[in-house]
Design a protein around this ligand. Sequence first.
Ligand code: TGC
Ligand code: FAD
Length: 398
Amino acid sequence: MTQNKSNKTDLYQHHDYYLLDELLTEEHIMAREAVQQWVKSSVSPIIEHYSNLAECPKYLFKELANIGAFGPSIPVEYGGGGMDEISYGIIMQELERGDSGVRSMASVQGSLVMYPIYKFGSEKQKMKYLPKLGSGEMIGCFGLTEPDHGSNPSGMITNVRKNGDHYILNGAKMWITNSPIADVAVVWAKDEEGTVLGLIVDADSEGFSAPEIHGKWSLRASITGELVFEDVKVPLENVLPNVRGMKGPLSCLNKARYGISWGAIGAALDCYDTALRYSKERIQFGKPIAGFQLTQKKLAEMITEITKAQLLSWRLGTLANVGKASPAQISMAKRNNVAMALNVAREARTILGGMGITNEYPVMRHLMNLETVLTYEGTHDIHLLITGMDITGENAFG
Ligand code: TGC
Ligand code: FAD
């Protein structure tokens, strides 16, 4: 499809109310500026068009690879960017400033497909898949959720049974980002003993299909589908050898949820930036609406909440850099920052009045996207229960 570019200039300016740049290195700031520039030139001009059509700008995969968005903190020799966790977070922030769906393309490829192969794969698997995934030559997806097992993936019924030199895979996964366009899927399934295994499944395998899910009002520029396995033969050598059990998929989620905590800040910053500029230009009752106390309350609360979220993710990044970010700390940041971004988007929408519901401005698109971000990678409520369990020692899930 032809790229339909808008003539509107993206006027976004970064907001750093607490001088957090002083806590960043030159590498972090360079990463932010490079990705911000790319988003301005390659995402902002096309994203409303693709969101309107509910179509994925698939050609961006190669460009995302070129800017180092896939696995920024995975070592270079394994197809990643060799950067630290803060650079990874900042890259996710800038991508989601453009669109949550574009950040999703990078999160899935880097944190949910490359990361498990890097972390749990054999050297042969790493060499076969990681360079192609890192360069965008191959697209990957991550299959954990099932039609009847979303928040409770341990209940999964997708299964494998051994048959000579291969496994036979049966079952179905639901809500899988990128599945209809993926070349390869990292799939989590139970073996005959009920142990969860990770498998690398090639999309051209017989019995593999990935129908698209239509009708989403959210994350419209990201493609989502099912994964259906009907007696799919998976060679034994495609099983990830270095992990067994639910800690496999759940540790990939740690990586992705951490990135989302930063990504949500990006969406919030874009909404705040848009509302601030609009409020200075929009005249009602003879003066800019920025001059009304009620507008100022909204803007002041937005930048306060954004700043708190920036501090949370920055601190989490410093912990992640030394391997000390706990899953529960990651849950707290994902939950807080996504809810914060959703509230900021809602308030920004009101500041824009009627214009707020149109695609003249990015706010309504962010608002709709964030409804997905609140749900995927563990819902808002599930993350609260993870914090609850961590602080009380009591499991309130089941
Ligand atoms: P539980 O019995 O607590 O634990 C089972 C085993 O896993 C270990 N574990 C973890 N390991 C690493 N990281 C974590 N975050 C971990 N959480 C638990 C645990 O230590 C235990 O290990 P072991 O050795 O003792 O066996 O597990 P549970 O089944 O009771 O689950 C708990 C719960 C509810 C927190 C978990 O199931 C959960 O997080 N549910 C939410 C599901 C979810 O987040 N799904 C996301 C699907 S992927 C997605 O949405 C991608 S969207 C991407 C995009 O487009 O950007
Ligand atoms: P449910 O688990 O049915 O939850 C419904 C409601 O019940 C929620 O409010 C939930 O918080 C609440 N609830 C559930 N259990 C409890 C409890 N114990 N206590 C209190 N409340 C509870 N998955 C993948 O594997 N790979 C992907 O790439 C992927 N991409 C996605 C892309 C999109 C656009 C979307 C929407 C989802 C994606 N997901 C993906 C799935 C996502 O992770 C799940 O939607 C999510 O984990 C929630 O599962 P569910 O939708 O089945 O909701």
